[in-house]
Design a binder for this molecule. Structure first.
Ligand code: PMP
Length: 402
């Protein structure tokens, strides 16, 4: 007899499954376009120079110890993280009605925020874009939400935003529903609303009394500029909307595995902040008690030093520019060799990913036959492309389509 005998096998998580297979594949020309992690032109992971500088300083600082952080994390880090999101001139910050809680990267910030909304504010319904990052649904359902719904986002035929569909779905959402919005560099489509389109989204959210929950996993990665990439969140705040925003420092600091994140909360009544903090304290205490310090110390070190802050922005530019160059190269190569279809979407899209338009069978064919690892939704990470593999990838895409 075993208590586990009725347990069924859960499905694998596609992206982690591919990451596991990749190192064991001995095909010489294999290419990894599945992971959402930056790579250099030499296909190597990159520890940002500012991160090295901060780590060296922290290592030599005898005051740094391994004691517990408070339950809500390293407050000085959270203050700076919320500030880069909302901007130095934020009215909400000036009015002391915005604050942050250090959480376990972007995922943990979403999870803590979602559990707060579900268990403390009684929210049950949430909406995510179709398509969205593969984890939103699971994170929100695990956090206690009951009703997962989609809003239209991607117009596959025109490879662009389905604004009318999006607005119609939000218009029909029940009052109080939580709407997950990608702050920038939408994953997986690489297609963001324009500023005018965001204005319309905000208008419906306000009119229909919906609750915006931004997911900001790529600030700096979309345009290379931290302020531009935070425009939508800042606009919603200016419009007087209350909101939550989960911030990840995995991508823009290259701190994937350090799990550095921040849940920013903007509310209208600052008097309620102690109550919100006390409730989130109970959530975190019962989940993981308190977050790890190392990554948050690195980010804090950089953000609180003007010179390093400027260097960090240069590091972000290095990453976002390489991605843009690879978009250009891939498109040029696909067009040069005459791969069927149009490829302007590759350069129109922004951020880390491109939604190629390849279907599941074609994507799996690229993995199996050509050892080009990508998701079955047709999503490729631009970071895995380099000057030495882009021609091979373009050739494989062409052969798959012809
Ligand atoms: N949201 C989106 C849209 C993402 O793409 C990711 C990372 N792939 C995350 C959140 C969370 O990432 P992490 O937990 O590693 O910060």
């Amino acid at each position: 007899m075993s208590w586990f005998s009725t347990l069924e096998q859960a499905p694998p998580i596609e992206v982690f499954d591919l990451l596991k297979q990749y190192p064991n594949d001995d095909f010489p020309q294999k290419v990894n376009l599945s992971a959402g992690a930056y790579r250099t032109n030499e296909e190597k992971p990159w520890v940002l120079p500012v991160v090295r500088t901060a780590e060296t300083a922290l290592l030599n600082d005898e005051k740094v110890n391994k004691e517990y952080l408070p339950i809500l994390g390293f407050e000085a880090f959270s203050k700076l993280a919320t500030r880069i999101l909302l901007g130095d001139d934020s009215v909400a910050l000036a009015e002391n009605r915005a604050f942050g809680v250090q959480c376990l990267s972007g995922t943990g910030s979403l999870r803590v925020g979602a559990e707060f909304l579900a268990t403390k504010l009684g929210k049950t319904v949430f909406y995510y874009s179709n398509p969205t990052w593969g984890n939103h649904r699971l994170v929100f359902l695990n956090a206690g939400f009951k009703d997962a719904r989609e809003y239209r986002y991607w117009d596959a035929e025109n490879r662009s935003l389905d604004l009318n569909g999006l607005l119609e779905d939000l218009n029909n959402a029940p009052e109080g529903a939580v709407i997950i919005l990608h702050a920038c560099a939408h994953n997986p489509t690489g297609c963001d609303p324009t500023q005018d389109q965001w204005r319309e989204v905000a208008r419906v959210i306000k009119e229909k009394k919906l609750f915006p929950f931004f997911d900001s996993a790529y600030q700096g990665f979309a345009t290379g500029d931290l302020d531009k990439d935070a425009w939508a969140v800042r606009f919603f705040v200016k419009e007087g909307l209350e909101l939550l925003c989960g911030q990840s420092f995995a991508k823009n600091f290259g701190l994937y595995n350090e799990r550095v994140g921040n849940l920013s909360i903007v509310l209208n009544n600052p008097e309620k902040i102690p109550a919100v903090k006390s409730q989130i304290t109970l959530i975190v205490r019962g989940m993981y008690s308190n977050p790890p310090a190392h990554g948050a110390r690195i980010v804090h070190y950089v953000l609180s030093n003007n010179e390093l802050y400027d260097q960090w922005r240069d590091n972000i530019k290095t990453m976002s520019s390489r991605i843009k160059e690879m978009r250009q190269k891939l498109r040029e190569e696909l067009e040069r060799i005459g791969a069927p279809g149009s490829w302007n979407h590759v350069t129109d899209q922004i951020g880390m990913f491109s939604y190629t338009g390849l279907n599941a069978a074609q994507s799996q064919h690229l993995v199996k036959k050509y050892h080009v690892y990508m998701l079955s939704t047709g999503r490729i990470s631009m970071c895995g492309l380099t000057p030495s593999n882009v021609e091979y990838v373009a050739k494989c895409i062409k052969e798959t389509l012809t």
